[in-house]
Design a binder for this molecule. Structure first.
Ligand code: C2E
Ligand code: MG
Ligand code: MG
Ligand code: MG
Length: 281
């Protein structure tokens, strides 16, 4: 009896774990194939100047055109790619593609548009990272003033000295640095003062309820005031409504990004973008 029950229990768990592992093994192999067979692509979402409505930069966001499953969003494979280390190869691929595209995008524009690339903590923490950036800029013949890197709070606040040194070296190249999803981590404000970064990107959870939640509004206002005192620009991500836009403009936010202005777009549509977006005027 007990033996049988034990076996059943074991089988139940075993099935669950096997399915889980099987899913990971499959996904891991498919990610490898995607890199080899060019199934990844990069979309770009505009960041507009809150006051003038002009497009100032573009955020590069990876997409996976899966042969069976269609367009797979990054949230469905980036976490596993971080666990397996595949994010390093993916990150280099995105950086190279974004640099190549930056040249094409800027060939037709009078005001330069920077392209912002998301950097995974694993990539940034590797000793190779700075070398990779320099090499890719050189290989693709991209001016460093066309590139921005987005890093999350956690990786910068880890306290590692080499993180600050790396940031300084990146900035000396002429590449800008933004802190992504700002407000969701546990930043020490005094530490922030030492960080050689250019922009804070307020996480969209604060923007989402800025017009209905006093606490979110207070946090947004506090971050904007503090950032300006430190000489940093503030970007609001996830701006969806006119009311959010008006509120952020009133609070002095510098740049706005979100579906209100434009979703992430494929390169051919980015090449057609006007200098200013209708909703931003
Ligand atoms: P993120 O860097 O914070 O990027 C912003 C995300 O918000 C994007 O999702 C974008 O499509 C979405 N978004 C933009 N405007 C709005 C809006 O008005 N409302 C809402 N609800 N969402 C909006 P996406 O493209 O699915 O990317 C999700 C995350 O995946 C990114 O968050 C980033 O952390 C990661 N990711 C994307 N591309 C890359 C990449 O090339 N490398 C790495 N390491 N991570 C990436
Ligand atoms: Mg980002
Ligand atoms: Mg973000
Ligand atoms: Mg975010």
């Amino acid at each position: 009896e007990a033996k049988r029950q034990g076996r059943n229990t074991w089988q139940w768990y075993s099935g669950g774990i096997n399915t889980h592992i099987h899913h990971h093994i499959t996904l891991r192999r498919e990610i490898q194939e995607a890199l080899e067979n060019d199934q990844f692509t990069v979309y770009y979402q505009p960041l507009v100047d809150a006051r003038s409505g002009e497009i100032r930069s573009l955020e590069a966001l990876i997409r996976w055109q899966h042969p069976q499953r269609g367009m797979v969003p990054p949230g469905d494979f980036i976490p596993l790619a971080e666990q397996t280390g595949q994010i390093i190869g993916i990150g280099r691929w995105v950086l190279r593609r974004a640099c190549q595209d930056a040249a094409r995008i800027n060939a037709r524009r009078s005001a330069p548009l920077r392209v912002a690339v998301n950097v995974s903590p694993l990539s940034f923490q590797r000793g190779q990272f700075l070398l990779d950036v320099k090499q890719i800029l050189q290989e693709t013949g991209t001016a460093p003033c066309l590139l921005k890197l987005e890093l999350t709070e956690g990786v910068l606040m880890s306290g590692a000295d080499h993180a600050i040194e790396n940031l300084r070296a990146i900035r000396e190249l002429g590449v800008k640095v933004a802190i992504d999803d700002f407000g969701t981590g546990f930043s020490s404000l005094s530490y922030l003062r030492q960080l050689p970064v250019n922009q804070l990107k307020l996480d969209r959870s604060f923007i989402h309820d800025i017009t209905s939640n006093k606490d979110s509004a207070a946090i947004v206002q506090g971050v904007i005031t503090m950032a300006h005192h430190l000489g940093l620009q503030v970007v609001a991500e996830g701006v969806e409504t006119r009311a959010q836009q008006d509120d952020l403009i009133m609070r002095g936010c510098d740049l706005l990004q979100g579906f209100r202005f434009s979703p992430p777009l494929p390169l051919n549509e980015v090449l057609q973008l006007p200098a200013r977006l209708p909703a931003a005027q």
